[in-house]
Design a protein around this ligand. Structure first.
Ligand code: GLA
Length: 356
């Protein structure tokens, strides 16, 4: 790109604990990670023209948001979703010519699409010399994701990408949308292992699970399952997951602050069991990977993100981490015949402009 080019980055995220709680106005504890999407571009014109360094297909969209996201093929539908969501919020229709590159693995549960949405949204705002406050930008990108996929996803992924703080997890209250950075204790490693089974939320039971939660809240006469008590949901596995998971998130934030690694680890294992047995979004591979990590000496491990495939997150003492990863990978291979891909993740700052 030429001298006038601009560059924006947005991180993926790994969720330490708190899955399927965001759309119940509950709590989540993700961190923005050093796997990122970058958009380099030259602003101008009235067309948004993008190509990807990794994926096929050029995208050409009217900058006024008139392109229907679901009519656009492949990854371009996320771009169309962002262009539309920003147009609806008043962005002037200025185009750009850009290149997208991303190190966030696709279909892994690490929010590759949120990273693309947020990086592109920043580029588009800049191109039009127009801005949205960070929370509004995250909400616009959530709307873009929903338009692009037709899946009623929550706010966690886009908010984590926007609000990341280096060295911190983010305790998000998904009702007030307050974000409280919680320092990760030194010497605690956050490990991410891909099960080797990709997933997209389209075609999964994500929407069905969300509808079941909303129906349970209506039955109980509460605004959202955030407001239900453990007694209210004792006999309803889906709702019980949400209520117990919210409590685990708050306890995990406390364990991080107190640097109580054993307690944190236990909460991760309990979260996995709840997602597997009560919420039923795990897979045999994710269960095998969590078991392999437990046997290999991880302090805790759980599926991360929506489930149905993708990654597991684990915590271990930094000194023990390489051994834990190696033993768990070997065990998982033996159990499933699949190759796990490890990522050691650092918590990084949220999205922003960088040197072109
Ligand atoms: C996906 C969604 C999030 C959240 C998680 C499950 O990542 O995009 O909003 O619901 O699943 O916790």
């Amino acid at each position: 790109m030429g001298a006038m080019s601009r560059a924006f980055r947005a991180p993926g995220r790994v969720n330490l604990i708190g899955d399927h709680t965001d759309y119940n106005e509950g709590f989540v504890l993700p961190l923005a990670i050093d796997l990122e999407c970058r958009v380099r571009c030259v602003p101008g014109g009235d067309v948004v023209r993008l190509r990807s360094e990794e994926l096929p297909g050029e995208v050409e969209l009217a900058a006024d948001g008139s392109a229907e996201p679901r009519a656009v093929a492949g990854w371009g539908r996320y771009a169309a979703g962002v262009v539309r969501a920003l147009a609806e919020r008043g962005r002037p229709p200025v185009g750009l010519d850009g290149v997208v590159s991303s190190s966030v693995p696709l279909g892994a549960g690490l929010s590759s699409s949120a990273a693309l949405e947020v990086a592109l949204a920043l580029a588009l705002c800049d191109a039009a010399d127009w801005a949205l406050p960070p929370l509004q930008l995250a909400l616009a990108c959530q709307a873009a994701e929903q338009e692009a996929t037709g899946v009623p996803t929550g706010i966690m992924d886009q908010l984590a990408s926007v609000s990341g703080v280096a060295g911190h997890a983010l305790l998000v209250d998904c009702r007030s949308l307050d974000v409280e950075p919680v320092p990760l204790p030194p010497g605690l490693a956050v490990l991410v292992l891909h099960s080797g089974v990709e997933r997209e939320l389209e075609g999964t039971e994500y929407a069905e699970r969300r509808a079941a939660c909303e129906a349970a809240a209506r039955r109980l006469g509460v605004a959202a399952l955030r407001d239900a008590s453990p007694e209210d949901v004792a006999d309803e596995p889906r709702a019980r997951h949400v209520v117990t998971e919210n409590a685990r998130v708050l306890a995990a934030a406390g364990a991080l602050r107190a640097d109580d690694r054993e307690a944190l680890g236990r909460l991760l294992f309990e979260s996995h069991a709840s997602l597997r047995d009560d919420y039923e979004v795990s897979t045999p591979e994710l269960d095998a990977l969590v078991a392999a990590l437990e046997d290999a000496g991880a302090l805790g491990a759980r599926l991360t993100g929506a489930g149905f495939g993708g990654c597991v997150v684990a915590v271990a003492d930094e000194a023990a981490a390489p051994g834990v990863l190696a033993r768990a990978a070997e065990d998982y291979r033996a159990r499933t015949g699949r190759e796990p891909t490890p990522y050691t993740c650092r918590a990084v700052d949220g999205a922003g402009e960088e040197d072109a």
